[in-house]
Design a protein around this ligand. Structure first.
Ligand code: FAD
Length: 317
């Protein structure tokens, strides 16, 4: 009756969230006197998981599962949970897992709590602390169903090494053709760029940049820092930047270690989506811009003067 995690991977490597999830589940398993089992999909080498406390891996290899398909993956996790008689399934908060979690919960007749930010407050009754109201408050949620599913918020826990001996097992769940009703035919990938979801650092810019022709310095700053680029909603609405870069309450959530906001006023809907980022830096000409209230560091200044200097300093660093 181990705890089950879904360890996400891409291009043959585990994503950082998978290792975070393993670290989290190991601490919960220790408190509950059990172990951690991971289910992986089309990932040949699973040994890295042992470093973070996983003691068993169910390896699923099936070409039909590439690319990601939420219904089919939910089915895989359900069957893995049933095979292991698990009572607790722990997922992350990536776009894929946010899509998967409710499907897994429904299929297992389980209660589901998303946005979990800490180890369970209590394991019996099972209570977890969650972000609520666009990360402005916390609540304690109790799950009373026999099987429970939780989604751990990105960057809320960190990595903790806990070397464990690992058993690897090939697992071939039966896949239902109906799961593949929606077929992804083509995924266009931007190469060489860090995606917002995986980024440790995000460089984001807003209407203060005046026009799309001025994004060169934002791209350059991001490249120097190994960061992803993002933007405010109006910027993507006007078409200065692609919609995929829109962050905030109605855009992508950002939980980076460092979020740099350039020429963004800091409207409540923007802050709601980036508030989980650890360190927030603001560059804005207006000292009264609301963003400064939530910033850890701020520069009151013109982006067109500050950003080039910042790039120069970072390059010399
Ligand atoms: P502005 O508000 O125009 O701010 C531009 C800033 O740039 C100003 O603070 C200005 O002082 C500064 N500036 C100007 N020139 C310079 C310069 N040379 N150097 C440095 N700084 C300069 N917004 C989001 O971003 N994400 C969302 O998900 C989102 N969802 C929304 C949902 C709803 C239902 C609604 C009603 C709104 C939503 N919005 C969202 C919009 C939000 O309310 C703001 O309108 C938006 O965030 C403002 O974008 P901005 O900061 O780029 O532009």
């Amino acid at each position: 009756m181990s705890i089950l995690i879904y360890a996400e991977s891409a291009e043959g490597k585990f994503k950082k969230v998978a290792l975070e999830l393993a670290s989290y589940a190991k601490k919960v398993a220790d408190a509950m006197g059990t172990t951690v089992t991971a289910v992986t999909v089309n990932q040949t080498n699973a040994t890295e998981l042992a470093k973070y406390g996983v003691s068993k891996v169910l390896k699923v290899s099936n070409d039909k599962l590439s690319p990601f398909n939420a219904k089919a993956y939910a089915d895989v996790i359900k069957q893995a949970a049933e095979k292991e008689s698990t009572k607790l399934v722990v997922l992350s908060s990536t776009t894929d897992s946010l899509y998967l979690a409710p499907l897994v919960a429904v299929s297992l007749n389980a209660g589901y709590a998303s946005n979990v930010v800490a180890l369970p407050v209590s394991t019996s009754p099972f209570q977890v602390k969650r972000n609520a109201f666009s990360n402005k408050a916390f609540n304690i949620t109790e799950i009373n169903t026999e099987v429970k599913v939780i989604g751990v918020a990105k960057n809320s826990f960190g990595l903790f090494e806990s070397e464990t001996s690992l058993t690897e097992e090939d697992f071939a769940p039966s896949l239902n053709d109906a799961d593949f009703g929606v077929k992804v035919e083509n995924i266009e990938k931007v190469t060489g760029k860090v995606t917002i979801a995986d980024a440790e650092i995000v460089v984001s810019a807003g209407r203060g940049l005046k026009g799309p022709e001025n994004w060169g310095m934002i791209e350059e700053l991001a490249s120097v820092l190994g960061a992803a680029t993002a933007c405010s909603k109006p910027v993507s609405d006007i078409g200065w930047r692609p919609h995929s870069e829109h962050v905030g309450q109605t855009g992508k959530p950002v939980a980076a270690n460092l979020y740099i906001a350039i020429g963004i006023s800091g409207a409540i809907q923007h802050i709601a989506g980036i508030n989980s980022s650890k360190v927030k830096v603001v560059i804005n000409t207006d000292a009264d811009a609301p963003f400064f209230k939530v910033a850890d560091y701020g520069v009151v200044g013109d982006a067109f003067e500050v950003v080039p200097q910042l790039i120069e300093k970072l390059k010399a660093f």
